[in-house]
Structure formats: C-alpha cells, structure tokens
Design a protein around this ligand. Sequence first.
Ligand code: PLP
Length: 344
Amino acid sequence: MAEAPPATLRLVLDEAALATNWRTLDAMSGTALTGAAVKADCYGLGVARCLPVLLDAGCRNFFVAHWSEVEAVLAHVPAAQLSVLHGVLNPAQAAYARATGVRPVIDSLQQAQVWTETGGGRCDLMIDSGINRLGIGPAEVADPLIQRLEVEVLMSHLACADEDSAMNTRQLETFRAVVPQVAHRQTSLANSAGIALGPDYHCDLTRPGLALYGGVPRPEFNDRIRQVGWPEAALLQVRNVPAGATVGYNATFTAPGPMRVGVVSLGYADGILRSWAGAHFASGERRLSILGRVSMDMIVIDLAQAPDLREGDWVSLPYHLPDAARQTALSQYELLTVLGRRFR
Ligand SMILES: *Cc1c(COP(=O)(O)O)cnc(C)c1O
C-alpha cells in the first residue's frame, strides 16, 4: 500500500528538556538513585522516544503498570531494570514475568503465593502505608509468604506528596517501621512530589513520573522542571466569518464583526477536550483564541493576531502543564495521559 502522507497534527517532544528534568530530579534525590515511571506510554509522550533519552541521561530503574507495557520498554531496556507495578495476579502473568526476566511488584499475600508457587525468584514488594490502593499492610509483613520472597526493591507509595499533609509523615513512619522486617536490597518511597519532601523520603531509589514529563506537582519544582511536550496542528482551512455568524457545535460563539479564522485538526480523540474552550493557541508570541466549542476533532481559532497564517501553516497549543491544568480543570496527569494515538 502507498505510504500515508504526513499527519496534520504532531506532538513536539523536547528531548533535552526530558533529559534535564531527569537530571534535576536526580540531583534533588540526593544520594538516592533516580528511576522513572514509564507506564501509560511515558504518560502519553511515547516510550519509543522517551526511553532512549532517559537511558542516555543515566536512568537504570524503570516502572510500568501493566504486563502489556513490558514489550515496548524491553526494546530499549534490559529486563533486570524493569518492574511491573501491578504484580502477578495469576500463573500466566508469573510465567510471562519469568520468560521476560522482568520483576513483578508483589502487591498482596495472594500475589506472593502465586509468585512462590510458580517458582519464586527476584521480585519487588509494595507496602501499603496508607493509600489503600495496592500493597500489603504492615501487619502482613510477618507472614511466611512474604518472608520467603526474594525482595529487590521494598517500596511504598505516597498518597498526598503534592500537599503539605500530615499523611506524608505518617506514611514515612509506617514504611520505616516495616523496612527492618523484610530482607531487601533497596528501599523506595518517593514519586515526583515526594522527592521535594526532602532526604527522609528519598530512601535508596526515587520513582518520578509526572515531573519528568514537565509536571509541576509542588512549588519546589517551579522554574526547575521544563516543559517536555506540546501538541501542534496544521490549519486545515482559513475562513472569513461574517458578523453575526456562529462557530462550531451548538453555535456557542457568535462573531461580533467580520473575522478571519482558522480550522485546526485537534479534538477529543487527541485528548483536547471541551474544557479547552476559552484557551488559546499560539503562533510564536501571538495568541490565537479558541472560538466556541472544541467540535469533535476540530477547533476554530481567531487569526486576527496572525494575518500572515495560511492553510497548512502550523500553530501550537501552549501545554505548560500547571497553567493548562488551571485553564482546563484537568489534572496535570490527565493532561498528559489523554494525549491521543493520532500523535504517534
Ligand atoms: C505512577 C507511580 C509513580 C510516579 O508518580 P508521579 O506522581 O507521576 O511522579 C511512582 N510510584 C508508583 C507506585 C506509581 O504508580
């Protein structure tokens, strides 16, 4: 079949910014090693492009959530450097873990049993220190099923690291009490935000995700974390809209006077949701307001500030995550992970 022509949308990835962010988080992690959460296709920015950059920066510990995410990561990373956070629910997953050499993060007594009964071997262990998501409770640590595990990374996960919450200290204390009770090689507690909570939280290995990709979960990261990715799209059409005419689905915008507008090929399927209404695109320093609703996979923008733009020219969507989160009422995590597959 003929090769498809180039797409009219793209995700710009600033690889230098990604590398800088990893090094910044590594420096902020003090003496601890710094890993990377690369689940959800590097939070939507793409494993194939991000992994080589992270490796090159020096990262050697990677975390995904699902077994389905393993293959793409193993194209770049040795199996011994990868862990699967969801652990092993059944013998099929345990068999896959052994076949690939990737470590499961054991999350329950049931999982410990599955792992041991199918042959055991090196694994990580998640302690639930209060988030009540995944992990074994502190009281279960003494269970022989846990004591028999060959634990590489003993970890826990913070629920409120992006806030100054008393819960952070409580979780730290809970985790610290567990650490001497299980044999292990390394300890790990902090996600991105947890790194900013200080050396007590760093343990042996930190596990940033969001901040690698440009997220700013705490003010300590202001001016230190750089934006990594943003969408750009080509103008599919330039139109002249007369005064009084409406734009887009449900006709929510009425032109106050004659307007020159552009139609941009971005929309819901690309992760640009209706909550972007009222925001703007950019062409260099110039702001191009979004008019009316995001209408399925198109957005209409005002070209008043950019009379030189023609069909086929590219405009970008400012995607500075803290600003975009305020603007759209989506979280910084959502803004990254909703980015659609058409960007690939
Ligand atoms: C996703 C995840 C991380 C990374 O968290 P961020 O807040 O994105 O830095 C770290 N650890 C675990 C267990 C996770 O699930």
